[in-house]
Design a protein around this ligand. Structure first.
Ligand code: NDP
Length: 465
């Protein structure tokens, strides 16, 4: 039996799609899925989907699967993150040899990836943590791949990964070596955080617009925006969603307003808090999902709380500019978190390259992301460019109109509010933090600095004397 160039463990939605993508690019492949009641057909189902030109060997016996791989073995694990992954690593480890490479393509927390990199190095096994974005279709046709870990190990898998990845507009693969240990999973986590806020902004716009317009009309507005610099995958799918019918009715109108989550938005927000990066839009989007899940309480309270409603409408142009404003801030906050994460973890991350691999294959691909590859070059941020400072300044009035109208109409637009508030604070020379410092010094002798004194001079006052 010929040995395969690559192996995949876990043939769920993502594992199966990535397997078919790899085999389609001409790499010989071995695949494995455990035999569990009701899931016995996972391997045979995948083999049924293979075309004649694909070389795939299927296994339900782990030893035979590992024996079927060329050395150094390269195996991708596509299973649920967390304990299950540690279990699978522990099971395969005794059968592996020095120099073999394990790649985790699941949504693992970056700190777990750091730990696994270290542990496996003791066994002389390389461990790569790969963030995969694009969902089932992306995995099949060209995902965005963010790989962290040992650079030499990446070189050994780069041909396969770069072949299966989506392509940017210059036909370069949307796949990159990010930096060492957990950096790939960290960047994927921030991707998801940015995605949360991008989705929530669209939900808030929909909440405002549905007071005045039909789903078809809102789709028309979004479609027009999608043809401008605001164009994005999420805006595009939102227009499809708005107009989808089930029978005579819009499907969207039948969907329960309780949003789920798998944790990556809250992980990003927690990391932002840990590293001192202000990611208020990401965090407010997570909270918006949480509060949506308090459905019973919301329904109960809504029966008692009567609010007066003024139907002020923002012009479509106001909304468009407010949306542009908020997206700039969201991306600024997201890339700030990547920079802070890199500093904290001693990773060398090129944000322009991250933007580039996010221009295709992933959920937050957009025209703005394409422009970002240019603006984030040489370690710059959006706010190092006059064009963005001017743009934010010029559309301040329009986001304020949106916020005022949302208040009058009793529509929650917390993520838009956080975009505005962030920009407001960031461009305000004097914040009231002098009072906070005085309070801290009063009750805790935490000291304070004085205007005009040197940076290293701290003062303490006995406030009740
Ligand atoms: P699925 O639930 O579709 O598949 C999970 C796979 O993991 C199945 O093959 C399952 O085997 C296997 N598995 C689960 N627990 C164990 C275990 N203890 N031992 C061995 N095998 C196990 O998941 P997805 O394919 O959607 O996701 C896989 C990973 O990719 C997850 O970490 C997910 O977060 C991540 N991801 C998912 C994306 C998506 O859009 N779905 C996008 C990007 C990343 P069995 O069939 O026997 O249960």
């Amino acid at each position: 039996m010929e040995q395969s160039a690559f192996g995949v463990i876990g043939l769920g939605v993502m594992g199966a799609s990535l397997s078919l993508n790899i085999a389609d690019k001409g790499f010989s492949l071995s695949v494995y899925n455990r035999l569990t009641p009701g899931e016995e057909h996972m391997v045979s189902q995948l083999l049924e989907r293979k075309t004649d030109k694909m070389h795939i060997q299927g296994f339900t016996d782990l030893e035979a699967f590992i024996d079927s791989l060329q050395r150094p073995r390269k195996l991708l694990i596509m299973i649920k993150a967390g304990k299950a992954l540690d279990q699978v690593i522990n099971i395969v480890l005794p059968s592996l040899s020095e120099g073999d490479i394990i790649i985790d393509g699941g949504n693992s927390h970056y700190s777990d990836t750091k730990r696994r990199c270290q542990n496996l190095l003791e066994h002389k096994i390389h461990f790569l943590g790969c963030g995969v974005s694009g969902g089932e279709e992306g995995a099949l046709k060209g995902p965005s791949l963010m790989v962290g870990g040992n650079a030499e190990a990446y070189q050994q898998i780069s041909e396969i990964f770069e072949s299966i990845a989506g392509k940017d507009k210059h036909d370069k693969p949307c796949c990159a070596y990010v930096s060492k240990d957990g950096s790939g999973h960290f960047v994927k986590m921030v991707h998801n955080g940015i995605e949360y806020a991008e989705m929530q902004l669209l939900a808030e716009l929909y909440a405002l617009l549905r007071n005045h317009y039909s789903n078809d009309k809102i789709a028309e507005i979004f479609k027009a925006w999608n043809a401008t610099d605001l164009g994005s995958y999420l805006l595009e799918i939102t227009t499809d969603i708005l107009t989808k019918k089930e029978g005579e009715d819009y499907l969207l109108d039948k969907i329960l307003d309780k949003a789920g989550n798998k944790g990556t938005g809250s992980w990003s927000s927690k990391a932002a808090l840990d590293f001192g990066s202000v990611n208020s839009m990401m965090a407010s989007s997570v909270f918006a999902r949480y509060i949506s899940s308090y459905k019973a309480k919301r329904v109960e309270l809504s029966k008692y709380v009567v609010r007066e409603k003024q139907h002020n409408t923002s012009s479509i142009k106001d909304l468009e500019n407010a949306y542009r404003f908020a997206r700039i801030i969201n991306h600024y906050q997201g890339f700030d978190l990547i920079k802070k994460g890199a500093q904290e973890n001693d990773w060398d991350i090129d944000c322009s390259e991250i933007a580039r691999i996010w221009t295709n294959g992933c959920i937050i691909r957009s025209h703005f992301m394409e422009a970002s590859t240019h603006y984030l070059k040489a370690d710059k941020t959006y706010l190092d460019h006059e064009v963005f400072i001017n743009l934010l300044q010029e559309s301040e009035g329009q986001i304020k109109v949106l916020l005022k109208n949302a208040l009058d109409s009793n529509v929650s637009v917390n993520t838009f509010y956080n975009a505005y508030d962030y920009w407001l604070s960031l461009s305000t020379a004097n914040l009231p933090a002098n009072l906070i410092q005085a309070q801290r010094d009063y009750f805790g002798a935490h000291t304070y600095q004085k205007i005009g004194s040197s940076e290293d001079q701290y003062f303490h006052t006995n406030w009740i004397e």
